[in-house]
Design a protein around this ligand. Structure first.
Ligand code: SF4
Ligand code: SF4
Length: 364
């Protein structure tokens, strides 16, 4: 199969931020385009889009395309399981919601040390192995969020797992917490196929600093930053598919364009990504302590520390949008700064508030 998978967790919406309001007309257009370009892999899950992704897949994909023309992956939400009966109830429900007789790829969703214990206690591995022997599952695996050590433990205890879905991207490749490279190496050691999730780190690698954009443009002016990130993952040996949660036609066309006849990155291009990762990691965080001396003197009542906190959260790859919405909604916006510098006069950290607020206004 082609190495790009359609992640059905960020489908186009009718109402902004209302996750359940999937725009089916746009979704159908995107599904058709993806298939017509020769791609086949679709990835859904029980919880995506507040439980509506599977139904959207049924309507846009399963009811409108021949079963043998696509590969469908779904997942058992281990975190929601309480009793043994939950596994079979949810699995049957998923087949119905998706309108299929079988899943091509089926995963235990988001395994970590805690969920491994739960899945073992509730007999999930045995149940899914039985479903596989009955032909309801073609390939069995799991998605994973924990350390390389835990991954090694799972694959040692469960050699029947045929593939793993890992969080891999060029920024997290050497990250101590995510351990992309170490997890990848463990999966390879156990001889497992790898599916990649979060290749663009939740959109962060689609919106890189100017310096990185310039670096990329010097080598390939026509490659988008997101395409560098997806290409990195698809170039790794043993990776059979890279998932991208596509929300509009522009993203879909960009991704399918370069993944149709995919060429792995050269050593020079891989080195450029190493430099890009270093630049992103070194990008300045704002040393704001939220002491709020500045806010008392700001004539525009700007939420200065809130903007800096949100900016730092974004750099750390954390969710900053909700934080900013809640904390800054009744206050002045970063873009309303008049440059009087009263804030800078009182800031004990000597922060260049005006310059950095401008940056926050542009980025956030
Ligand atoms: S420079 Fe901007 S942020 Fe600082 S006090 Fe003046 S208006 Fe407020
Ligand atoms: S005075 Fe400086 S450190 Fe204190 S909240 Fe304002 S920007 Fe942050």
């Amino acid at each position: 199969m082609k190495k790009l998978g359609f992640g059905c967790m960020r489908l186009p919406l009718k109402v902004k931020k209302i996750n359940s309001s999937i725009d089916m007309t746009k979704t159908e257009e995107m599904v058709d385009y993806f298939i017509n370009e020769g791609f086949t892999y679709f990835d859904t899950a029980y919880m995506y889009h507040d439980g509506r992704s599977e139904r959207a897949v049924r309507e846009a994909l399963v009811h409108r395309h021949e079963r043998q023309t696509f590969i469908l992956a779904d997942k058992m939400p281990v975190g929601m399981l309480v009793t043994k009966g939950d596994t079979s109830r949810i699995f049957r429900h998923q087949l119905k919601k998706c309108g299929v007789e079988y899943f091509d790829y089926y995963l235990l969703h988001a395994l970590n040390a805690k969920y491994l214990e739960r899945a073992e206690k509730l007999g999930v591995f045995e149940y899914l192995a039985k479903k596989k022997s009955e032909g309801r599952i073609k390939k069995l695996g799991f998605s994973f969020h924990d350390s390389a050590k835990v991954l090694d433990r799972i694959l040692t205890r469960h050699p029947e797992m045929e593939f793993v879905q890992l969080q891999i991207n060029y920024l997290d490749w050497e990250d101590e917490k995510v351990q992309s490279r170490l997890c990848y190496e463990v999966a390879r050691k156990h001889g497992k196929d790898i599916i990649v999730m979060e290749p663009v780190k939740g959109g962060k690698l689609a919106d890189v600093p100017e310096k990185v954009k310039e670096l990329f443009a010097l080598e390939h002016p026509d490659w988008s930053p997101a395409s560098w990130a997806v290409r990195f993952c698809a170039s790794l040996q043993g990776v059979i598919c890279v998932l991208s949660g596509m929300s509009d036609m522009a993203q879909l066309k960009d991704n399918t364009g370069y993944m149709k006849d995919f060429e792995p990155l050269t050593q020079k291009e891989t080195d450029i990504l190493k430099t890009a990762a270093a630049i992103i990691k070194n990008e300045e965080t704002v040393p704001c302590t939220s002491c709020r001396y500045c806010t008392a003197s700001c004539p525009m009542n700007i939420a200065i520390p809130e903007y800096f906190t949100a900016y730092n959260k974004r750099l750390a790859g954390e969710d900053y949008k909700l934080y900013l919405e809640e904390r800054a909604k009744d206050k002045g916006k970063a873009s309303e700064c008049i440059g009087c510098r009263k804030c800078e006069e009182v800031c004990p950290q000597h922060i260049e508030v005006v310059r950095l607020l401008k940056k926050c206004g542009e980025i956030l």
